[in-house]
Design a protein around this ligand. Structure first.
Ligand code: URA
Length: 436
């Protein structure tokens, strides 16, 4: 086999088989196939696409480039959720204890903030002492004890993705649906999940900016994941405005506590309950999404989900008492208030602009090495559809320093559109694609 023949076959629109993909990807990871050939292949895939059988084979080859979590000996069902990334999206933190309380085991491996979207690990690490770099033994033990554990992806998980993603980033091939599918699915399957629920975000604050692109990715995740023998559901949700009322790291942990105490914002809970319900269906704990939703609501209402969250905080090195002391007080000293320039109704709050401003403030990062800050971000007083008076406070913004606040003022102001008349309510759950 020769790398050049594989590139040529793909360039002509041919379908690569598993042996060819294994030769190519394993050769790249081992340093036998140079980056210039992989770059050419990536562009050929970008332009010609892949069938779902081919994408499943690529996913499988990538998955086996590293370690696959062994959860044998623990009673399942093992179900996880993955979001393609949003602004104010703290759903994972609420969802994991909520569905664990219903009998699902959640082996959650998450990522860090990058660009305008937040990262679950950065949010969790804003809890003093909380460890996200769990050993495999701890990861297994915590799942067994509390029903879920939350850790980062180690270097041994899908090393092929780390190399390929870095190369895609500099060859303008990130936005390929089969490459995104294989990248996301290989990492999720490696954590040991038998069933997966994908929250594919759609809108200006999302990776997929249009409903068509979001649906293409949602369908690809379902067909490729199903071809790999997993039970898969994709839920497409709106990411036009930030989810919930808080955007930040510790700020989002605070809002998680509100949700676990049955006092969360409506939009955030609507998405959380829907995804949770699908996880219960995917895991066989509920027969219908309606039944799943009822069980999820009960686990919140009874406080069992909150108890499990606190148990996990302690288990992973955080101090629940300290967390409660900091609640409502852990704020950067530099802040300003966003005031409504005119009266009317909020027509839109641009999630992308808020997310981008978050990078300057220290919520997120531009490059993987940038530091993030626990106590910065946004507390929104009002969301789209609310009536406001001229001069009324719309939000409070906390930044790592005064200069970061100055840098975002115009951007944040431009994120708000205020006009006469209440806008029509946008649906949050846009589409559901299920293969179970
Ligand atoms: N997220 C991933 O993990 N991989 C991609 O390719 C795109 C988004």
């Amino acid at each position: 086999m020769r790398a050049v023949d594989i590139i040529q076959k793909k360039r002509e629109g041919g379908e690569l088989d598993r042996a060819e993909l294994a030769f190519f990807i394993d050769g790249y990871v081992a340093g036998r196939i140079p980056e210039y050939q992989v770059s050419a292949w990536l562009m050929a895939v970008f332009l010609k696409g892949m069938s779902s059988v081919e994408a499943a084979a690529l996913t499988d080859v990538m998955l086996h480039s590293g370690k696959v979590m062994d959860l044998s000996g623990i009673t399942g069902p093992f179900v996880d959720k993955h979001s393609t990334g949003g602004v104010g999206d703290k759903v994972s933190l609420i969802l994991a204890p909520m569905v664990a309380a219903c009998g699902i085991k959640v082996p959650m491996m998450s990522g860090r903030a990058l660009g305008h979207t937040g990262g679950t690990l950065d949010k969790l690490e804003s809890i003093p002492g909380y460890r996200t770099g769990l050993s495999e033994a701890d990861f297994r033990a915590f799942i067994e004890q509390d029903g879920f554990a939350m850790t980062g992806q180690t270097a041994e998980i899908v090393p092929a993705d780390k190399k390929l993603y870095a190369l895609r980033d500099v060859t303008a091939t990130v936005e390929s649906i089969p490459l995104i599918t294989a990248s996301i699915l290989s990492k999720k399957v490696a954590e040991g999940a038998e069933a997966l629920v994908f929250d594919v975000k759609s809108g200006p604050g999302a990776f997929m900016k249009t409903p068509e692109r979001a649906e293409a990715l949602a369908r690809s995740l379902v067909s490729t994941g199903t071809a790999m023998g997993k039970r898969i559901v994709s839920v497409i949700t709106d990411m036009t405005e930030p989810l919930g009322l808080k955007v930040g790291n510790f700020l989002e942990v605070e809002e998680t506590l509100d949700c676990l105490e049955n006092a969360g914002p409506e939009d955030l809970m609507e998405v959380t309950y829907r995804l949770g319900a699908w996880m219960l269906v995917a895991g066989g704990v509920a027969k219908t999404v309606e039944e799943g939703e009822r069980l999820c609501r009960k686990s919140i209402r009874t406080g069992i989900a909150r108890e499990l969250f606190m148990a996990n905080v302690r288990r992973q090195g955080g101090q629940p008492e300290r967390l409660l002391e900091l609640r409502g007080n852990y704020r950067a000293k530099d802040s300003y208030e966003v005031l409504a320039p005119t009266g009317g109704f909020i027509q839109a709050i641009d999630a992308y602009k808020i997310g981008l401003a978050g990078v300057y403030l220290g919520v997120g990062r531009d490059t993987a090495l940038d530091p993030v800050y626990p106590d910065v971000g946004f507390v929104l007083d009002k969301k789209t559809g609310a009536a406001v008076l001229a001069g009324e406070r719309l939000a409070t913004v906390y930044g790592k320093d005064a200069a970061s606040l100055e840098a975002v003022k115009a951007l944040v102001a431009s994120a708000y559109a205020i006009g006469p008349g209440a806008p029509a309510r946008r649906p949050l759950i846009l589409k559901e694609i299920s293969a179970i």
